[in-house]
Design a protein around this ligand. Structure first.
Ligand code: GLY
Length: 256
């Protein structure tokens, strides 16, 4: 169960955020704020306390607070984001982490290691880590070493088609996993009950489980139906403005 969630308000500069989908257009800032409000309400309905950090205009992508830190039940890990324009976000998340973890439970990924939290998927005490354009081998080595020190385990999952691991695969607890694209056939995930996402709804592979409920992006009926069929109550949240920046539901929060 999660007790806490940390989010950061999107900043006006978000319109200049990194995107691999410029054809979707720039985000509408006011709409993004409304969607962020709805996202926070959805999380609260799932019974968590939400810490809302202020917008940070220096970092256009800083609302995607999942990337500069990973929180486990044993420790918090400040990452070293591989995207240059996002790297400084790691220094801005520490204050919020210190509200919940003592210094001896806060670990750091150090250069030349890079790692972004979007590449980390938690399944109980095991963490799958995507080796992506943002997360390198040395970052994964350090991350697994930290996990082991705290009695947790990790394994590497190479990926080539999407930004982050959780762009395409997300664990919904109870052995259920949403999988799309390159992750459908990955042997790493063969032991799970894989719910395959149709290609045209691939964006919605990025759902989040929060205390028994699954928050699903609005506008993806096949994924919504599949999640309901798997037995979960669903809350729909429109993330259209974040999608324009390759962002989704998991990217917008740290849940712990
Ligand atoms: N726009 C989110 C990211 O590229 O990290």
């Amino acid at each position: 169960m999660f007790q806490n969630v940390i989010v950061r308000r999107p900043c006006r500069a978000m319109v200049e955020g990194i995107t691999s989908n410029p054809q979707l257009g720039k985000p509408d800032y006011e709409k993004a704020l409304q969607q962020h409000d709805t996202y926070i309400e959805a999380l609260k309905k799932c019974g968590v306390n939400v810490t809302v950090l202020p917008a940070d205009e220096r970092y256009p992508d800083s609302c995607f607070v999942e990337d500069p830190a990973v929180i486990t039940r044993k420790c918090a890990i400040i990452t070293n984001p591989g995207a240059e324009s996002r790297n400084g976000e790691k220094d801005e998340i520490i204050g919020a982490i210190r509200e919940f973890f003592p210094e001896d439970k806060i670990e750091y990924i150090k250069a030349p290691g890079t790692l972004e939290g979007g590449d980390v998927m938690m399944v109980g005490d095991h963490f799958y880590v995507g080796r992506s354009a943002r997360t390198n081998e040395e970052g994964i080595r350090q991350f697994i070493e930290i996990l082991n020190k705290h009695g947790l385990t990790g394994s590497e999952v190479p990926l080539s088609e999407v930004l982050h691991l959780k762009t395409g695969v997300n664990y919904l607890e109870n052995n259920n996993m949403l999988v799309s694209g390159e992750f459908v056939e990955k042997p790493d995930f063969a032991k799970y009950n894989r719910i395959e996402i149709p290609e045209e709804e691939a964006y919605a592979a990025n759902c989040i489980w929060v205390n028994g409920t699954v928050i699903v992006p609005m506008g993806f009926p096949a994924v919504e139906a599949a999640v309901r069929n798997a037995g979960y109550p669903v809350i729909l949240v429109d993330t259209s403005e974040y999608r324009k920046l390759d962002g989704g539901l998991s990217c917008l929060s740290l849940r712990f």
